[in-house]
Design a protein around this ligand. Sequence first.
Ligand SMILES: [Zn+2]
Length: 244
Amino acid sequence: MELKTINGVVIGEKPYGETSKILNIISKENGVIGVIAKGAKRLKSPLRSVSEIFTYACFQISYKEDKLSTLISADIIDSFSNIKKDIEKISYVNFISELTKQVLKQSKNDFIYDMYISSINKIEEGFDPMVITSILELKYLDFLGVAPELNGCVVCKNTNVVTLSSDKGGFVCKNHYSKEYVVSSKTLKIIRMLKYVDISKITKLDISDLVKKEINDFINEYYDRYTGLYLKSKDFLKNVVKLK
Ligand SMILES: [Zn+2]
């Protein structure tokens, strides 16, 4: 047992016994960890408010490697009150949380946590959750080892490209084009820009619905084809977006 302070976000909670909860926390220091919050279901417990889903805090824990750690106290950094008011935003954050958990299983890079937090912050600030999610998904492909080719044609590197092909794995030029859906030229420019943007520095996102949709469709197909990830939260998210 070791006392530790971790910076993290509660991404899941389930009841444990009569009065306690087990939390799943994505942390900067230790990746995804399980933490028991004893008595957190009691009305007067100081752990009650900090053990809610999507609480972003500094958690003091008694850390046990490969076992459940115990929550001692927490200082809230943000409770993401705007996100919690909106089922669509909740669905996006739920999805990116589940995705981040999967990415962290395959790569232990500090950037993953930072980009994840920046994305939630931007959704909380009111930026389009679909675009923020697309950016994060694009960036995560690097850590999943299957980054698409977005510098030039995936076959010949020619920078004069005509569309995106999830099948071929990125941009294609007119010589290597074969009946793929042709996206708008704006989409080609913007998807490349989104891949390299620093999420924490975004101050404006002016992207048309068509471009958003074309980028989102490409990413969805690409994930299905190359990552082997199946996330229930993505299906849920698709249904929520459809109902809008
Ligand atoms: Zn080519």
